[in-house]
Design a protein around this ligand. Sequence first.
Ligand code: URA
Length: 425
Amino acid sequence: MRAVDLIQKKRDGLELTTDEIQWLIESYASGKVPDYQMAAWAMAVYFQGMSTRETKDLTMAMVATGDQIDLSAIQGIKTDKHSTGGVGDKVTLILAPLVASFGVPVAKMSGRGLGHTGGTLDKLEAIKGYQIEQAQDAFIKQVQAIGLSVIGQSNQLVPADKLLYALRDVTATVDIIPLIASSVMSKKIAAGADAILLDVTVGQGAFMKTIEEAEELAQTMVDLGKAVGRQTVAVITDMSQPVGQAIGNRLEVLEAIAIMKGQAREDVTQFICELAQIMLGLAGKEEDLKTIHEHLIKGKALAKFEAMVEAQGGDLSDLHRPSSAEFVTEITAEEAGFIEELPALAFGLFAMKFGAGRSVKTDSLDYESGIVFVKKVGDRVNKGEIIAKIYSNQKLNDNLLTNFKKNVKIGTTKNQPKDIIKIIS
Ligand code: URA
């Protein structure tokens, strides 16, 4: 086979066979097909799409390029979750221990954040000593012992996706459903869990800008999971404003702890409980929301989280420490009204400027910086009241502050965004 023929076939809108897809992915992973041909093929897919069968073949061909984790030594239905990316998305930090605290094992491999979206690994690394690298047998032993582990993806997990995702990132071919679905699901399938909860974010802070697109991505991923025997459910969640109150690594860890102590806003607490109910349901455990809520606020998830931090070398005294950012700048309302909009993308990019996120992979992070929103969309504010606090290790100039304020829309409409927009199963 020749890559050029497969590029041409896709360019002309034809379907590739299973063998052709396998050959292309294998040859790319082994270095026989160069980046420039793979980039041309990805662009052809961008314009011509892929059939359901092609998307499944691509997913399984990518899985086959690396290790597949065998979690069978862990008793029970092993669960995993994945988010397609968000701003202030600390959900895993709470959801994983909450589900584990009900006796359902959570074995999760997470990624880092890039651009305006934060990654769970970066948040965990804001805790002094936390080790995100763990050998496979230690990972399994930890889940057997405490029911929970969140680690970084090994280099051997879907190496084809590592190469292809980096290539797509620099060739404007990320935001196409069959490539996103195969990228996410190849990693979830290779990571070995029996049941997978997919959080497909929608809004201007997410890859999917409309509910229709999010639904299509969600359904494609759910079908891929089910086709290989994994219990899979997707939730479409709102990413028009940041999740919860904090953006930034340490600030998000602190918010996660507050949620696990029952000291956080009711909306984000309720959102996590609803996700936990779905994830527990996937593992065959039906629990009502009241029970889950009580479990959470009584500290059961926090105890699990602390057990995980300790097992992975994290310093528990550092865990609860406030942010050490040098400057805390308060943003106050210039008029009274309701917060109508807090655009997630704009604030994600803003926080990134102070080191809360990376614009390129090699950027280093300032774990202590970020934003805490005292008010969220739908809240009432009086003139002069604090809307947000910016934590930074550099002094903010007036331009930046004006820019920040411009993005906070205050008006007369009380918008009430819904966290979970739709469930796809
Ligand atoms: N996240 C992934 O892992 N892959 C994509 O293609 C997009 C988001």
